[in-house]
Ligand binder design. Structure first.
Ligand code: ZN
Length: 397
């Protein structure tokens, strides 16, 4: 076998990431399974790495001559995938994700990073006009007319370590909220990962509210959150202190010149139980002349975190946007509903998260050790198809 191959990824996942027992027992809830859950779950994972998102196309792959090369014991139909994912226990996959990330940390996948972050953010995916499931959120235009429905979830990802690795997903349907789902998600992910896994939580302005900041404190993690006008008193105090003042420090960060203002004795607002709030303002001067300004708050003491590290933590939030949602949707089929059933949708999101973790660690940490030149996801994807004996990757659109 020359070069990267699907079977090599399967070996890597089972033996280097410790996922062998998970794939053997992925939480199958079927009473009389005909097709082993191992094959169905692996098919969904490797299918997303090969950018074959739909159950029908997975059925086609499982009936193709490369079935065994994909690491599958035998063929199955799309109905078996639907039936099985309706009945899989999501907790088993969540625990497997956390265990794989722990193994990656033990394998020193993050060793060049001083701080490991956990970013949280919500999104909508899987627009449909089908009969609603319990996760369907109606999409309304400004006149209140309904145009199908969307499925919402919050994602939590490891960030700030050179590669973005999803940890867990929490869906929220009508009557629930991103904000409540994010708190459940943070508690569960912190529980699964354990206290000493990560060093901070990072989120956008909607998470800069007392209950979420308190949740982060409860799970023992300092938080970095965007400061926006939803906190008018703090914003006014920040303007009063920083406006018109020369920057406290200036850094060269890549191509950018970054000016920062950093002060840690702002008053907490009345519902926040912090003794005081630290705020960083930055002006990021890009080469093309544009200037990005933003303000972020944290409970990290200045003694433990310098202004430049604070700036980098704030910037690490973009990873969940770029390598989380954008990659997940544009490349890995997160936008697509394989089977319109609430548990099946959740399971597929979790298996996409697992596929991303396996693909990125394999490509950026495992292959990286050799003299391989594969760096981009597109390179790996093309090699995998070539090495399966396919003349060219099938149309994945
Ligand atoms: Zn639905």
């Amino acid at each position: 076998m020359k070069g990267p191959h699907v079977r090599q990824i399967q070996n890597y996942a089972c033996h280097c990431l410790g996922l062998k027992s998970y794939f053997q027992r992925p939480g199958d809830g079927r009473l009389h399974p005909q097709i082993p859950a191992r094959d169905l779950v692996w098919a969904v994972v490797i299918g997303h790495i090969l950018r074959v998102a739909s159950f029908l196309r997975l059925e086609w792959l499982a009936h193709s001559p490369v079935c065994a090369e994909l690491g599958l014991k035998g063929p199955f139909g799309d109905d078996a995938l639907a039936y099985c994912t309706e009945r899989l226990d999501p907790e088993t996959t969540r625990l497997a994700l956390a265990a794989a990330l722990h193994q990656a940390k033990r394998n020193k996948a993050f060793e060049n990073s001083r701080f490991i972050g956990l970013a949280v953010d919500g999104t909508g995916a899987g627009h449909t006009h089908k009969e609603p499931c319990p996760l369907c959120d109606p999409v309304k235009d400004p006149q209140g007319q309904i145009h199908g429905s969307l499925h919402h979830f919050v994602l939590i990802s490891v960030v700030g370590v050179g590669l973005t690795l999803p940890v867990d997903v929490e869906p929220y349907g009508p009557g629930d909220s991103e904000y409540a789902a994010a708190q459940r998600l943070l508690r569960r992910a912190a529980g699964h990962l354990g206290k000493r896994f990560a060093d901070y939580v990072v989120g956008d302005g909607e998470y800069a509210t007392a209950p979420f900041l308190h949740t982060s404190g409860e799970v023992g993690l300092p938080i970095v959150a965007r400061l926006k006008e939803n906190l008018p008193l703090l914003s006014a105090a920040v303007r009063a202190r920083f406006d018109g003042q020369p920057p406290h420090a200036v850094f060269q960060e890549g191509d950018d010149r970054v000016e920062v203002w950093d002060y840690d004795h702002f008053d907490a607002w009345e519902t926040l139980d912090w003794p005081e709030v630290r705020v960083l303002r930055y002006h990021q001067h890009k080469r093309d002349g544009t200037v990005v300004q933003a303000e972020w708050l944290t409970d990290f003491p200045i003694a433990r975190l310098g202004s430049l590290s604070f700036y980098r933590m704030a910037k690490s939030r973009w990873e969940i946007e770029n390598q989380g949602f954008n990659d997940g949707k544009n490349r890995y089929g997160m936008e697509h509903i394989c089977h319109h059933h609430a548990n099946s949708i959740l399971i597929v999101w979790l298996l996409i998260a697992l596929a991303l973790v396996i693909e990125r660690l394999y490509r950026l940490r495992y292959l990286h050790r050799g003299d391989h030149e594969i760096r981009s996801a597109m390179d790996l994807f093309t090699y995998l198809w070539l090495n399966l004996g396919s003349r060219s990757p099938p149309d994945t659109g």
